[in-house]
Design a binder for this molecule. Sequence first.
Ligand code: C2E
Ligand code: MG
Ligand code: MG
Ligand code: MG
Length: 284
Amino acid sequence: ASKRRGKNCVEFFNIDMQREASQLMQLEEDLRHALSSRQLALAFQPIVNIEQDRVVAFEALVRWQHPEQGLLMPGHFIPAAEQSGLIIPLGFWVLRSVCQGLVARIEAQRDLVPVALNISPQQFRDKHFMTEVAAILRETGVPPDLLEFEITESTLMDNLDATIAILNALKGLGIRISIDDFGTGYSSLALLKQLPVDTLKIDRCFVKDIGENEEDRQIIQAVIAMSAQLDLDVIAEGVETVAQRDLLHAFGCRQVQGYFYGRPVIGAIPDTGRLLPHTADAIA
Ligand code: C2E
Ligand code: MG
Ligand code: MG
Ligand code: MG
C-alpha cells in the first residue's frame, strides 16, 4: 500500500518497512519462546478411504496457542519460521511429538493408523536432516511404517539428484513419502517415475470447483490416471461437500481428506472410530 503513495513519500515507505521488519522480529522472538514453553500443539485431520468409509491415516497440522493472540494457524507463522531457521527445531518438535503419540497408542493398545506430517523445504535440505530423523526414530522406538512424510512437489523438484538421495535414505528407514500440493508444480510422468514416493496428494485448489470447472476436472483425472500408471496412492485434499466426494469417487479416487469427513482437531492422535464419515459437519 505504501508504494502507491508515490516517490515523494519514500520516508513513509521506509517506516512501513521498518514496522514490518520489527513485527517479524517480534514474531520470531515469540516463536522461539513458544518452542520452549509448550505453546505449540498438533491438530489431527482424518484421511478417509471412501469405498470402505474408514479412516486410513491422520495428518498432523501444527497450531500455535499464542498467549495474547489466541490460536494461530500455520499460514501466520510458518513463513517467519522458515525465514528465521526456527522451522528446523519446530519441524523436529512435530516429528518427535507424532512419534511419542504413536508409541503412547501402541503402549495403550489403541487402534493404529499411520500419521502424516509436513516437512518444510528448509528442513528437507538441512544437512543434519537424516541424522536427526534417525535419532528421533531410535529415541522414541516408533515403527517407521507408521510415519508418512509430506513434501511439496516444488521442494522435491528443486534439486532432483539430492532429492532422490534423501528420499532413498528415508525409504531405507521405512518411512513413506507423499507429494503434497500435487498439481501446483510441473512434474512430468518421466520425472515422477524417478522418485521413490508412495502417494500423491492432489492440491485442494483443483478440488474446490470440481463441479463447475472442466479444466480442474481434467487435471484431477490426469493425476489419477498417472498415479495408476506409477502404482501410487492418490489423496484428494479439501473435500468439503458430498458432490465433490461423489465426483472424485466416480473418477476412481479412493482416498480423500477434507472438512466433509472431519476438520483438524487439536489433541492427541484420535481413535479411528471416533469420526463418523458423512455425519461430520460438512460446510456449505
Ligand atoms: P497442507 O499440508 O496442504 O495441509 C492441508 C491444509 O488444508 C490444512 O491447513 C488443513 O486444515 C486444510 N484443509 C483440510 N481440509 C480442508 C477443507 O476441506 N477445506 C479447506 N478450505 N481447507 C482444508 P492448515 O492446518 O492451516 O495448514 C496449512 C499449511 O501449513 C499446510 O498445508 C502445510 O503446508 C503447512 N503446515 C501445517 N503444519 C505444518 C508443520 O507441522 N510443518 C510444516 N513445515 N508445515 C506445516
Ligand atoms: Mg500436508
Ligand atoms: Mg496439502
Ligand atoms: Mg495444500
